[in-house]
Design a protein around this ligand. Structure first.
Ligand SMILES: Cc1cc2nc3c(=O)[nH]c(=O)nc-3n(C[C@H](O)[C@H](O)[C@H](O)COP(=O)(O)O)c2cc1C
Length: 340
């Protein structure tokens, strides 16, 4: 819950923020979501264009429907784009990909670490997906019975481990951020291994059922990093379920440097293309401005733990808000009446 402060001059609100040195208009970024053309015929370049006009950062997915070149060619001059990496078992292929991305000027690499195998996504398994697979997964034999996500991700290396961080550091100058940290111990290990950042995330709830959400894990990570004296060693991002400006505020208050959003931008893109994504960004900016004003804060850097009460964040007491998608948008599995 919020703990607003009043009687402060909140006439001018500044939402600008720096992420790895880049000045952006909002403390949010578009996180990596694979297969953008499922939502819009132009795919991820729609997100690129909206991120450009609104000056926020887009994280380009390894499994994008568009090529890295297409996404980067559609960026405005000076527009910052990050790259999300699913680590291929073939390290020569990884090295080539890193070189390609780095040579185009990408400065930050997000290595997804919560997907040694893809979760069991039953709705995905029921959809009969016929499109071409993205480049990265083309050379592997596709098993089409397990859903699109599993079919295109068999190249991912399940042997990825902490020792590999030094391989990345030796093979790229990009900053290294681990995406998918889910406890304080791993946050500390990431800092100890010299990573530049972490994303506290459960992959949008798409990997292992009954994992905690990002916002629930975040305070544990911040506390563990502080206790180890390592909080200033890395950037801490969080994603998952951020739907309103107030959610952004709460994550920053609990210690995140910025937050990622996935599905809200996909919904905007699928419904209204670039304008839809821009509208989502505008709505979030308006809501964040309003929340900051009503909490008595004028700058992003001043959003701190004193503005929220999070004591029972992990207790799950009370009624959890119902997700519209879960209860309404998806078709339920029908039981089949036996004719016997
Ligand atoms: C359709 C979809 C595709 C995704 N694809 C990827 C991916 O390719 N790589 C990755 O690291 N995370 C992927 N994610 C996870 C997101 O980066 C992010 O962790 C999550 O979606 C954040 O939650 P939100 O969608 O509730 O904002 C995907 C999520 C969705 C919804």
């Amino acid at each position: 819950m919020f703990k607003p402060r009043v009687m402060r001059n909140v006439k001018v609100i500044d939402l600008t923020h720096r992420m790895f040195g880049k000045l952006v208009n909002l403390p949010i970024y578009i996180t990596a979501t694979a297969l953008g053309k499922l939502g819009h015929p132009e795919g991820e370049v729609v997100l690129t264009k909206a991120a450009g006009t609104k000056n926020i950062i887009q994280m380009m997915p390894t499994l994008a429907s568009c090529s890295v070149a297409e996404m980067m060619d559609n960026a405005l001059p000076g527009q910052e784009q990050w790259f999300q990496l699913y680590v291929n078992q073939d390290r020569v292929a990884v090295k080539k990909l890193l070189e390609k991305v780095e040579s185009r000027g990408v400065r930050v690499l997000f290595v997804t670490v919560d997907a040694p195998s893809l979760g069991k996504r039953e709705k995905d398994m029921r959809v009969k997906f016929v499109d071409d697979a993205p480049d990265e997964s083309k050379h592997t034999e596709l098993n089409r019975t397990q859903g699109a996500a599993r079919a295109i991700s068999t190249f991912i290396d399940p042997s990825l481990c902490w020792d590999d961080v030094s391989w990345f550091k030796a093979n790229t100058k990009m900053k290294i951020v681990l995406k998918g940290i889910q406890c304080g111990e791993d946050a500390v290990l990431a800092a100890q291994h010299g990573c530049d950042g972490i994303v506290v995330s459960n992959h949008g709830g798409r990997q292992l059922d009954t994992c905690r959400s990002g916002i629930e894990v975040l305070p544990e990570c911040i506390a563990a990093l502080k206790e180890a004296g390592l909080r200033d060693k890395l950037q801490v991002f969080m994603d998952g379920g951020v739907r309103r400006g107030g959610d952004i505020f709460k994550a920053l208050a609990l210690g995140a440097d910025a937050v990622g959003l996935g599905r809200p931008f996909l919904y905007g893109m699928a419904s209204y293309g670039q304008q839809g994504v821009e509208k989502v960004i505008d709505i979030l900016a308006e809501e964040l401005t309003m929340t900051m004003r009503m909490c008595g804060v004028t700058n992003i850097k001043d959003i701190g733990p004193e503005y929220v009460l999070a004591n029972n964040l992990n207790s799950h007491i009370g009624v959890a808000p119902k997700g519209y998608g879960f209860s309404n948008a998806y078709e339920r599995m029908e039981t089949i009446d036996s004719k016997l």
